[in-house]
Design a protein around this ligand. Structure first.
Ligand code: GAR
Length: 266
């Protein structure tokens, strides 16, 4: 067995994916060690899972940062290296790309929170950052400061739907309400959009007539725990790389997309 990778995790809620990853590190299914568990939410129940396993935990309270900004925007201290125009030009979280006041205040408050996250994370060097039910989108401010090595993607997310269908905050709910006959989950690297980054792995399940939203969530979560741990182990084994693909479509347009290639085990 080679060197173990250091893994940091961010969560917002119960942390069953976090638990699966911690367990897989402890059992050797992942050649890795969890070095911190952070949250945007002081009430995230998953923080206790970190404490139980003697993993350092921290909270950056996004909600209070956003409220403070709404009350007194001029009192909020922006990071020294904050460049709103640079972030606006890179992000594609907002489809119309208009730099409205709403978009600007979103980017600003998130970057303030992200600077605090980066500050907390500084104490725990990591190879891979896994989002395990972390319900916040990152701006390019954060992503660029984590992905400092060109071509090396270091932020992984799990999403409760078969992307690119149903990005956003309620993947299983959206799948169920749409009347899909198949649901699933996706692990992907994080890019400047919402749930739009290169896909690493996906697992699907059948949706039957007697399924409910609860039964779908139950089926999905079980697949998530397995899929997420396997995708993280691919990083530990050095088997993932991203490649920029270029395709000429029938109408002559060029489609470019960064995709993940998975190497055979050594
Ligand atoms: C999981 O279903 C995960 O896919 C989803 O939140 C849940 C967290 O559960 N993540 C997202 O929706 C991210 N946009 P957990 O806290 O028990 O791992």
């Amino acid at each position: 067995m080679g060197k173990k990778i250091s893994i940091g995790a961010l969560i917002s809620g119960g942390g069953t994916n976090l638990q699966a990853i911690i367990d897989a590190c402890e059992s050797g299914m992942i050649d890795g060690k969890m070095v911190f568990v952070g949250s945007d939410n002081p009430d995230a129940r998953g923080l206790e899972r970190g404490v139980k396993h003697k993993i350092p935990t921290f909270v950056v309270n996004y909600k209070s940062i956003i409220q403070d900004y709404k009350k007194e925007p001029e009192q909020v201290i922006l990071p020294d290296d904050f460049d709103l125009n640079d972030i606006l030009s890179k992000q594609h979280l907002f489809s119309d790309n208009a730099a409205t006041e709403k978009v600007k205040s979103f980017i600003t408050t998130r970057a303030v929170a992200e600077a605090k996250l980066l500050e907390e994370m500084k104490s725990y060097p990591f190879d891979l950052l896994v989002l395990a039910g972390f319900m916040r989108n990152f701006t390019p401010y954060f992503i660029d400061r984590v992905n400092t090595d060109p071509g090396v993607q270091r932020i992984m997310n799990i999403h409760p739907a078969l992307l690119p269908s149903f990005p956003g905050v309620d993947g299983y709910g959206d799948t169920f309400r749409y009347g899909c006959k198949v649901g699933g989950c996706t692990v992907h690297f994080v890019d400047y959009g919402e749930d739009s980054g290169p896909i690493i792995g996906q697992k699907a399940f059948q949706i039957n007539e007697d399924d409910t939203l609860d039964s779908i969530k139950e089926k999905g979560l079980k697949l998530e725990w397995d899929l997420y741990t396997k995708c993280i182990q691919l990083v530990a084994q050095g088997r993932l790389k991203t490649v920029k693909m270029s395709y000429t479509l029938k109408n002559g347009k060029i489609l470019q997309r960064t995709v993940v290639k998975i190497a055979q085990p050594a």
